[in-house]
Each structure stands twice: as C-alpha cells, then as structure tokens.
Design a binder for this molecule. Structure first.
Ligand SMILES: *Cc1c(COP(=O)(O)O)cnc(C)c1O
Length: 236
C-alpha cells in the first residue's frame, strides 16, 4: 500500500472501529460513552498515529516503556498508557512518562513503581493485570490471588488502583473467549462491591481487534485496538 493512501485510511479505520464499539455497546444495552477506545500504537510511526488523533483518538497505548517515552513528547495532548509487561528496572521511566500503567502484574513491580512515584511526588493510576486463562506463558495475577494483591497495593502511597486488565488466551473459539471475559466481569463486580482502601474499580480493560465486541458484551469499559485501526504491524 502506498504511504499516501495509508494516512486517510487510518482516519477512516479509527472512525469505523469507534462506530463498531458504539454498536456493540448498544447491543449490550449499554451507553456508548461507557466504553473508551484506546488506539494501540506500538510499532506505528508518528505520522499515522497523528491521523488517528485527528480522527478523535484521545487515548494511546504502548507495550514498551522505551517506545512510550520516545513518542511522549509528540503526543503531549494525548493520554498514554503502558499496556505491556514492565521490568522493575524500567519502572522509573514508566512512572515519569505514562499516564497509567495497565500491566501491573506482580507485587514486586507494584512496590518499585510506587517508590518511583513517591519520589516524583505523584500517585500513578494503575490496573492489575489478571492472567484469566491461567496461561503459563502470560503475565498477570492468577484470579485467586487478585484480591490479596489489591489489598496490598491499596496500601502503596505512589499508586492508585483504578481497575483490572486482561489479555485472554488466544483461542479460535469465540465462546471460550466470552467465558474468560465473563469471568473477568464477575471479578470486577465482586471487587467493586467490596470497600477496599484506596481502590476504585471503574476500569475493566479487555478486548482487542479480534474480540472487542465480545468484550463489550461482557462488560468491558476500555478496549485496546491496534490492528483494526492501523493494519498489520510491521516489526522490522
Ligand atoms: C498489541 C496489543 C493490543 C492490540 O492488539 P490488536 O490485536 O492489534 O488490536 C492490545 N493489548 C495489548 C496488551 C497489546 O499488547
């Protein structure tokens, strides 16, 4: 595809995905405003990201903190969240430049990240990543450890827990994926019903290009979409 064509194309794709998000919300008897659309910009060049921003994208997601830091200055008006695994030795960078870390996946990372934020005099919004499929190859808290982790992270001065995030196991079976999303929603409602110190449960981040409509049907409040907006990623 010619580069020139790609620019208008991304704008159209973003608007189309936003429309599909709205329709999925309405089908689930939910209000479209209840579901935020994140444009996942990993590996995407700045000119194309600008097209998505021009189309209305106000929330960008990166999975590597170095890449987020590199793009931060060019998108100062946009909210930028880290959505990929963060090594503790890079926590200071995330604390300095991310508006939220959705991928808090261990107590050790939470503690280091919190210390970095305290030093910066800020409280960073975070989500707990849940390994809902018990997938050995994936990061995240096992569902049965999530409540204890929440209680502990709620005590950390540099962090503010806002909800949960998940990446379900890759499955060719939409029914199976829907069950994982439904399990996540149950956890989310369960934690929302408990009054835990310093914990707000207002974000349930789940759903990507292939399954965001299913995630919205099961209660997602934030979908993370890359490929459906920008096309196939080029990792070269
Ligand atoms: C890349 C990525 C996405 C977006 O995936 P697409 O299938 O391209 O929409 C969502 N969430 C996370 C954590 C990612 O790393």
């Amino acid at each position: 595809m010619l580069a020139n064509d790609e620019y208008g194309w991304v704008r159209g794709q973003y608007l189309r995905v936003r429309e599909q998000v709205d329709e999925a919300a309405l089908r689930a008897n939910r209000r479209p405003e209840e579901v935020r659309l994140m444009a996942v910009t990993k590996t995407v060049e700045e000119a194309l990201i600008r097209e998505a921003v021009a189309a209305g994208a106000d929330l960008l997601g990166e999975n590597k903190v170095q890449e987020l830091a590199r793009k931060r200055g060019a998108f100062a008006q946009s909210e930028m969240h880290l959505i990929g695994h963060l090594q503790s030795n890079k926590a200071a960078k995330a604390a300095a430049c991310a508006d939220m870390v959705q991928s808090v996946d261990s107590l050790r990372l939470a503690a280091v990240l919190s210390d970095c934020c305290v030093k910066l005099g800020k409280r960073l919004p975070v989500l707990l990543e849940i390994n809902i499929g018990g997938d050995a190859a994936k990061f995240g808290f096992p569902p049965e450890e999530a409540e204890a982790a929440l209680a502990e992270i709620g005590q950390m001065q540099g962090l503010k827990v806002r909800g949960l995030m998940t990446v379900p196991p890759i499955s060719g079976n939409p029914r199976e994926t829907a069950i994982f999303f439904s399990h996540m929603h149950k956890l989310f409602l369960d934690f929302s019903g408990k009054k835990m110190d310093n914990i707000t449960m207002d974000i349930l981040s789940m759903g990507m290009s292939g399954d965001f409509a299913a995630a919205i049907a099961e209660g997602s409040t934030l979908v993370r979409v890359g490929t459906a907006i920008f096309g196939q990623r080029d990792y070269r």
